[in-house]
Structure formats: C-alpha cells, structure tokens
Ligand binder design. Structure first.
Ligand code: GLN
Length: 452
C-alpha cells in the first residue's frame, strides 16, 4: 500500500520494509508453532505501526523533518519504541512532520509537504501530518505522534482519524526529540477509538528515564473504550471554543455530536473558560522559549550536519553559526529568535513571566470547568483542511489554527480528537475534541466510543 500511494501522499520519510517483514514473519512463526509462546503473544503482536520521525529509533534514521539531522541515527530507542518492539509490532517506518514539530500543516518539513489523502491539494494538518495521512490512506493501521500544541489532534481532525494526547507525564517522553518539554506528549493516531486505547495501553505507564513521568499505573483504557457509556455523564460545551470564527460545517457536525451524546443519556452543560482567549498568545511565547533552549544542542558538533564557514577563522562559534544557518528552516529560526528574545534579560518578566501567569489562569479555568462537567467538548480545529500554501506565508494565520487544542497542553490535561463526519460545504472531515481532567484519560475513551 505504501508503494502504491506514498509517491502521492508523502507520509513516510523512511520505510523500514525489511525489518518490519522480519518481525511479522517471526510473529507468524510463533503463532504457527502454538503453545505457551503463542499464548503469550501481545494482543498487538504483528500489527504494524508508523512512527513520527521526531521519535528516535535504532536501525532507522531520525530527522525531525530537518536538514540538520539528515542521515543521523540514534544510538538508542525511545521508551515507546522499546515497548512496541517488546509487543512485537512491526515498525513500518518514520513519518513526515513539520521541522522539529513546529507547524500545523506539515509544509515546514525540509523533505517536502505531506498531502491530505482526502484531497491531495490540501494539508494533512501538522505537525504530525505524516502519521495522520499514513493512517487515513491505509498505509498503516496505527501510528505514533507527538502533541505539543495539537500536533496529534489537529492532523487527526483534518484527515478523519482518531488522535489522542495523553495526560502530561503518562506516556514517557524519553526519546522524543524535545520541542517544548513542559508541553510535549507522545500519543496514538488510529482509525478507531478502540484502536487508540489498545495502543495507548502499550505505550503508557511509568518510565524512570523520564523525570516528569507519573508514578501511578495506567487505568484500563481498553475497558473504557469497550464500555462506551455516557449515561448520567456531564459533558461541558466550552463556550469560548466554538461559534464565531468556526466554519459552518464544523459547527453543524459539532451540534450533531452533542445530539448523539444527549440521545445516549449524557447531560449537556455549558462552561466558560474566559482565559482561553489568551492561551494561544501564552503558548507562542512558552513554546518558542523552551524550544530555543532545547534546540541549542544542534551545534554542528554533537549531532548530524556540520557546515564549515567558507572563509575566515574556523572558530566554534562560526561553525555553529554556519551549521545552524544552513540546517534550520525559516519557521525554526523564527521560533528560536522569538524564544531567545522572550527569555532575554529585561524582557523575561514582560513576556515569559506573563505567559506563565496566563498558563496558571488557563489551568484554573479547567479546574472550574471540571467542577461542572466530567468531560469537555469542542471542535478540534476551526476549519477543515485548508489548501496547501494558503497559510504558508502568514505565520499568525497558521498559529490561529491551534486555538482549540493549545489549552490542553498548557494545563497537561488529556485530549482526544475523533471524526465527527464531513462538512457540508466541502465534504472534508471534521474533528470533535474531548478533554478530561489530568489522569482521567479513560473518560475520553468512554465518551469517544459512544460518538464513533
Ligand atoms: N501547531 C502547533 C505549533 O506549531 C503545535 C505543534 C505541536 O503540537 N508539535 O506549535
């Protein structure tokens, strides 16, 4: 399937056919032999998976969608990848993304854009457009993404797939190349809610190698997805996250979802999160600040690309400058500059400090909302997939896409986006987002299963 369609979709940066087939053959042989070993096979053994190329893997390149890591191989596996291997899931390859996961369209990849399988002239969302497109185009049944401000959920929404951002700390970040460490989470990209629960259960749980990893074991997410019951549950519509600025077809499918939930016995309430209007602004200060620091390690010495200055003295600073000038794309440079500025002496309180205060206010909005509702609901993105190139030269328009997904990252709460049907105007997929309190990921699956 990858050979048939990926020439058009460009979801994969690297295809790991040989190793994937070997793992599949190994699982087949164990099954054929029967006995205790066959019995002990994991429920996902033999089910192939695609991995976002921000997550490090032994035996395959990891580029982060950047020229600066072209040809670089990690000497270790991310914890989530170790867990896939332990379950004997064949890893199909690495998927395309906006460079260092910065973007909402996958157009900022140094290796060309991924296209939306629903309409090849439209974006598949970002930054994890490759994982979402691979699943939507039936190139992979399962994929992994990372979500710092919506990069799992928004691509899910615009490609008609399911994407989950788990509670911060509930899935190990060890081996996910850091973008903004206080916001990043790895999570599943799949075709059904149950598939996401099955995969989430494999990758989640404590990891001593991630200092922010939560100590407690995961709840039974698979059971929650199978139960799918909203009887008596209070579902809160976030007043600030729909209506004005949202495409009519998105709004219609959102209303359909509310009707479905009502019919299934949920109580629909309205909640207000007045500080969400500042979340986008806070995010676009906090995220670049953390990223500017995280990306300092790409210095032309330790990893990947090294570019020597054409003339003049060969100092370490000049090698670093030449490497970073050639290796990073425009969006990455923009954010490094933004972040460095926001963190600089004299501006720190005005920008980074204020953004952190807004972050606290967003967290309080969630606390208040979750006192009135068990699960919150909104459209995942304000519009369906937009045409390639439409927002490429307008960073602010691109950033505005994340308005509904960003609050969850600022607060660390889990979110799930699932297909809500097609928009009337353009026949393209609409995503519905569910949000739950931290550590209550199971609720997302319980409600998601009803909406599917
Ligand atoms: N679109 C957001 C950004 O550009 C989110 C990115 C992400 O979640 N990795 O920052």
């Amino acid at each position: 399937r990858i050979a048939a369609v990926d020439g058009q979709v460009n979801a994969f940066l690297h295809v790991n056919a040989e190793e994937a087939l070997a793992v599949a053959a190994e699982v087949d042989a164990i099954r054929a032999a029967g006995g205790a070993e066959a019995e002990a096979l994991h429920y996902l053994a033999g089910v192939p998976i695609a991995v976002k190329d921000l997550i490090v893997t032994i035996g395959q390149p990891t580029t982060a969608g950047s020229k600066i890591l072209e040809g670089w191989h990690s000497p270790y596996d991310a914890t989530v990848v170790e867990r896939l291997r332990a379950a004997k899931m064949p890893i199909l390859g690495k998927t395309n993304l906006d460079e260092f996961a910065m973007g909402s369209s996958t157009e900022h990849s140094a290796y060309g854009p991924t296209r939306n399988p629903w309409d090849l002239d439209r974006i598949p969302g970002g930054s994890g457009g490759g994982s979402a497109a691979a699943v939507a185009a039936f190139e992979a049944p399962l994929a992994l993404g990372t979500d710092t401000g919506g990069s799992i959920r928004q691509p899910g929404a615009v490609t008609g797939t399911v994407g989950v951002k788990p509670t911060y700390g509930s899935v190990s970040r060890y081996g996910a190349i850091a973008m903004a460490s206080s916001l990043d989470q790895i999570g599943p990209v799949t075709r059904t809610v149950l598939d996401s629960a099955l995969l989430h259960q494999v990758i989640g749980g404590h990891d001593p190698r991630d200092s922010t990893s939560l100590p407690e074991p995961l709840a039974d997410l698979v059971a929650a997805a199978k139960t799918g019951n909203v009887e008596g549950l209070r579902i809160g519509i976030i007043k600030e996250l729909h209506g004005e600025g949202y495409q009519a077809g998105v709004e219609n499918r959102f209303n359909d979802a509310l009707e479905l939930l009502k019919e299934a016995g949920a109580e629909i309430v309205e909640v207000s999160c007045p500080n969400f209007q500042y979340a986008l602004g806070a995010y676009y200060l906090i995220m670049p600040s953390e990223a500017s620091s995280n990306l300092a390690k790409f210095d032309g010495v330790r990893y990947g690309l090294r570019v020597l200055p054409v003339d003049g003295p060969m100092t370490i600073e000049r090698v670093m400058g030449a490497t970073r000038a050639a290796g990073f794309g425009d969006e990455v440079k923009r954010r490094i500059i933004l972040g460095t500025y926001a963190l600089s002496a004299g501006y720190y309180d005005a920008y980074y400090g204020s953004a952190q205060k807004v972050r606290t206010l967003v967290q309080r909005d969630f606390e208040a909302a979750f006192a009135e509702a068990d699960v919150l609901i909104s459209p995942t993105a304000p519009t369906t997939a937009f045409p390639l190139g439409e927002k490429l030269d307008d960073p602010l328009a691109m950033y505005l896409n994340d308005v509904a997904t960003i609050p969850a990252n600022l607060a660390g709460v889990p979110g799930l986006s699932l297909p809500g049907g097609l928009a009337d105007e353009d026949g393209l997929p609409v995503g519905i987002q569910l949000l739950a309190p931290a550590r209550e990921d199971a609720r997302l699956y319980r409600v998601g299963a009803v909406l599917e």
